[in-house]
Design a protein around this ligand. Structure first.
Ligand code: PGA
Length: 250
């Protein structure tokens, strides 16, 4: 069985005291689940979150990371810095990083390779824009994002990869891909991973859906056979909503 995961990407939200308060609420409200539950507070709140959650089943993950070991990269954070405070998983390639901070496939290839070589797990985000979908190019765009950034990795790296398909037109817009659209794309993704590697690698990789997942639509999206959970933005900032989404995965 593939690992199911529900991850909350808090983006640039929540101060230290708000982070503490939301984590307290989550600890009190989250339902028991066999799925992995992750939260991604902002960098300055990672240490506090790890300390607060020590021993709990909620994993604290980072939203980004630099590709270099260390050095003159003002404002950046390295894999070793994250590992040293107990972070084992990093989100890379989020569409906001791509759109607002110029992250392209070549940069993401370097970041992913670095995270893998440091023994970290990567939640790798990708997805087409609205124009791509309207033009019928969504499969092509997704295939090239994966090929360019990930398909140079050895088979053995895939145990550290979690994929997160996030159609850009569905992020923060209230518009979700239909469960059928999500399933269609996830099945396609699994097929191209099988073609590039092996059916076993493809079958084992967790593929999350992200983009306006809410308590009201989560169960239907998660019920699709190739959807192994979700990467949740807005709804992860509210303990009740995030708990309901975790409950929807069972
Ligand atoms: P959203 O964000 O749930 O607010 O649409 C998803 C994401 O950006 O990961």
């Amino acid at each position: 069985m593939r690992k199911q995961i529900v991850a909350g990407n808090w983006k640039m939200n929540k101060t230290a005291s708000e982070t503490r308060a939301l984590l307290e609420e989550l600890q009190a409200q989250l339902p028991a689940t066999s799925a992995g539950v992750m939260v991604a507070p902002t960098f300055v709140n990672l240490t506090g979150a790890v300390e607060q959650l020590g021993g709990s089943a909620i994993e604290v993950v980072a939203q980004n990371m630099h590709f270099a070991d260390s050095g003159a990269y003002t404002g950046e954070i390295s894999a070793d810095m994250l590992a040293d405070i107990g972070i084992q998983t990093v989100i890379l390639g989020h569409s906001e990083r791509r759109a607002y901070f110029g992250e392209d496939d070549a940069l993401l290839e370097k970041k992913t390779a670095q995270a893998i070589s440091k023994g970290m797990q990567v939640i790798f985000c990708f997805g087409e824009e609205l124009e791509d979908r309207k033009a019928g190019k969504h499969f092509e765009v997704v295939a090239s994002q994966l090929k360019n950034a990930l398909f140079g990795l050895p088979d053995t790296a895939w145990g550290q990869i979690i994929l997160a398909y996030e159609p850009v037109w569905a992020i923060g817009t209230g518009e979700t891909a239909s469960p059928e659209q999500a399933q269609e794309m996830h099945a396609f993704i699994r097929k191209i991973v099988a073609d590039a590697y092996t059916p076993e690698v493809a079958d084992a990789v967790t593929i999350l859906y992200g983009g306006s997942v809410k308590p009201g639509n989560a169960a239907e999206i998660f019920s699709k056979p190739d959807v192994d959970g979700g990467l949740i933005g807005g709804a992860s900032l509210n303990a009740e909503d995030f708990s309901a989404i975790v409950a929807a995965i069972g």
